[in-house]
Design a binder for this molecule. Sequence first.
Ligand code: ADP
Ligand code: MG
Length: 253
Amino acid sequence: MEFKTHISVRNLNVFYGDQQALKDITIDIPDKGIIVIIGPSGCGKTTLLKSFNRLIDSTDGVRVSGEVLVDGENIFDPKVEVTRIRKKMGLLSQNPYPLPMSIYDNVAYGPRIHGQKNKKELGRIVEHYLRESGLWEEVKDRLRSPASRLSVGQQQRLCLARGLAVEPEIILADEPTSALDPKSSRHIEESFLRLKERYTTIVVTHILRQAKRLADYVIFLYLGELIEHGPAEEIFENPREEMTREYMKGIIS
Ligand code: ADP
Ligand code: MG
C-alpha cells in the first residue's frame, strides 16, 4: 500500500534493564487516519507508543537504540528539543488526569500558554474543543466548576479537549477507554472517527472489537516483536501470519 509516512520507526530496540521490550521494530506509520496497535498484555504496545513522544526517556533504567523519525526528523537525536516534538502530539492515557482547575481553564490552559488572552476567543476555543470531544452538551452550564467533579468518563473527554486545544498533529492514546463507562467510551471513539481526517491518531487497545471499529491501519505486536502490519481490512480479513490469525481467533492472548 502506498501512503504518506508521518512517523518512521527504524530498528527500534527498547530495554528495561536486561529485559528487551521492543525487538528491532521497523515500520512506517501513515499520515492521518486511525492506526491501532494491538497485541496481548505485555507485548510492548505502551512502550512503542511512549517512544513516539520520548516519554520513554523518563523511565528509569531504560535504554533505547534505533530511530524514530517524525516528519523526517529523528526525535532521539540528542540535539532535538523534546518540548517541540511533544507540541505536535496530544496524549491520552488510560486514566484521565485533568488539571486541578475548572473545566473551562483545563481547555483554555494550552491556548493561554501559547499567548491567547482574548476572552471571547478563548470562549470560542473552549466550546469548539469541548464539542470535538463530545462533552459540550453535558458541561456547557457549569464550565466554571472544578474538573474533578466530573465522572471519569467525562474527565477523559475533557483531557481529549485539552489536548486538541493545543492543535497537535498526532494523537497518542493508550487504552483510552479501558477505565470508562460505555457512553464515554462511545464518545471517545466517535471523536477519533470524526477527527481522523485531520490527525494521525494512534490508539493502543487490547480490545479487538474496538480495533475493528476504529482502525484504518493495524500494527500487531507479540512479545516485543512486530508480527504484522497493514491496512485494517487486510489484517482483519486476510492476515498473512499464523500468529495474527491465532490472536484474532482468541487462541493466543
Ligand atoms: P503492553 O502495553 O503491551 O501491555 P508494555 O509496553 O507496558 O506492554 O510492556 C512491555 C514489557 O516491558 C512487559 O514485559 C513489561 O513488563 C515490561 N515493562 C514495561 N514497563 C516497564 C518498566 N518501567 N520497568 C521494567 N519493565 C517494564
Ligand atoms: Mg500498555
